[in-house]
Design a protein around this ligand. Structure first.
Ligand SMILES: C[C@H](O)[C@H](O)CC(=O)C(=O)O
Ligand SMILES: [Mg+2]
Length: 395
């Protein structure tokens, strides 16, 4: 057997601009247009998520180089604080290790950061390192990540679209459309009426059979979420997403009992690790969990989360995250479809989710993606050289 390369150097960079929903989008983009948020109770922070700092962190880029000159990389949220954690803390667990030591490295990253980590930015950072390790291993082996995960269980992925225009997504071949909720409890009865009107208008446009979902981005309370779900029954809402703050497991368990029969409760994009998802699953909080592979602990942890969900008969439909989730979804029976986040400002065309950061990022065609689009080594993407990388710390 040929010798397994060892990890020579770990480098952490930051990058501003573009890059999915927590990054810098220009004025007029649907993703930052009066979306209901937990900050909407303050009128001055209601119109735009950038106003309260959704883009402050920017992107973390992790690069891992091995002794044979292969370089794996990944992008996630976390920016400069995450770069500090990689360089000053996590790099020690990688340098000198074999490129196959992924499980041991994850374990050491998690337990060594426990005293200041567990969730949020630290787990985003660990996720970025883990994804870069899987990318590197794929490049060393000359195989796509889905093959390293045990192989695909289907030849084609099917997508629903998240964006302001499910009616256009329907024409583009997606199986459903998830709209952002625009008004939270602070906008009172008038806001609730407008939320339901928007849903009614969209149902009218897409006809009776197309899936319609509402993404509430943690903005509601149990009473409001229950009333919204009950009002939305008439318009056959397929699921109500992230209605409550992620820590309100008790609220989710109650909401799941309160929603009309057949309507699904989904959540989990801001949840992390097997322990967080265990809480959601054991308390009966939702029907579908939506881990983001760049935030929940990476692929290594998502495998564990997914097995746990399967045993609870819950589906795993990862949040956004492009190629990092496509390679995973292709390999799991309990992930029968995937999300595509419409990053075109008017949600009127399919554009790569992480544009301009990645080169070679595949996108759905007619709401579908052939497995052959994911056949390159690693995650099959490259960093776009036009993006300016900044390395704020070294070790
Ligand atoms: C549209 C939502 O507010 C959010 O930005 C994206 C999201 O939660 C999702 O794709 O799910
Ligand atoms: Mg969501």
């Amino acid at each position: 057997m040929s010798q397994i390369p060892t990890i020579k150097q770990v480098r952490a960079y930051t990058l501003q601009g573009g890059g999915a929903d927590y990054h810098d989008q220009a004025d007029g983009h649907w993703i930052d247009d009066h979306i209901a948020t937990p900050m909407a109770k303050y009128p001055e922070y209601r119109q735009s998520r950038r106003s309260f700092g959704i883009n402050v962190l920017g992107t973390l880029v992790v690069e891992i180089e091995d002794s044979a000159g292969n370089v794996g990389f990944a992008v996630t949220t976390g920016g400069e604080p995450a770069a500090y954690i990689v360089e000053k803390h996590l790099a020690r667990f990688l340098e000198g290790a074999k490129v196959t030591d992924i499980e041991r490295i994850w374990d050491q990253m998690y337990w060594s950061t426990l005293y200041y980590g567990r969730k949020g930015i630290v787990i985003n950072t660990i996720s970025g390192v883990d994804l870069a390790l899987w990318d590197l291993l794929g490049k060393v082996r000359g195989e796509p990540v889905h093959q390293l995960l045990g192989g695909a269980v289907r030849d084609e992925l099917q997508f629903y679209a998240t964006g302001a225009r499910p009616d256009l997504a329907q024409k583009m071949g997606f199986i459903g459309g998830k709209m952002p909720l625009h008004h939270g409890p602070a906008e009172g009865e008038e806001g609730l009426r407008r939320n339901l009107e928007e849903l009614a208008t969209m149902r009218e446009r897409v006809g009776p059979d197309f899936w319609l979902m509402l993404d509430c981005w943690m903005s509601l309370d149990l009473n409001y979420a229950t009333r919204l779900a009950q009002g939305a029954k008439e318009y056959c809402l397929k699921w109500i997403e992230e209605a409550l703050p992620p820590d309100d497991y008790w609220g989710y368990a109650a909401l799941k009992k309160n929603v009309p029969t057949g309507m699904l409760v989904t959540t989990g994009e801001h949840e992390a690790t097997r322990w967080g998802f265990r809480q959601l699953l054991e308390m009966g909080c939702c029907d579908i969990i939506q881990p983001d592979v760049g935030w929940c602990g990476g692929i290594t942890e998502l495998l564990k989360i997914s097995a746990l969900a399967d045993a609870h008969q819950a589906l795993v439909i990862p949040h956004g995250s492009s190629v990092y989730s496509y390679h995973f979804v292709a390999t799991r029976h309990n992930s029968p479809f995937a999300e595509f986040l419409m990053m075109a400002p008017k949600a009127d065309e399919v554009v790569p989710m992480f544009h301009p950061q990645l080169l070679g990022e595949p996108v759905p065609v007619q709401g579908r993606m052939r497995l052959s689009a994911l056949d390159k080594p690693g995650f099959g993407v490259e960093l776009n050289p036009v993006c300016e990388l900044h390395r704020p710390y070294t070790h």
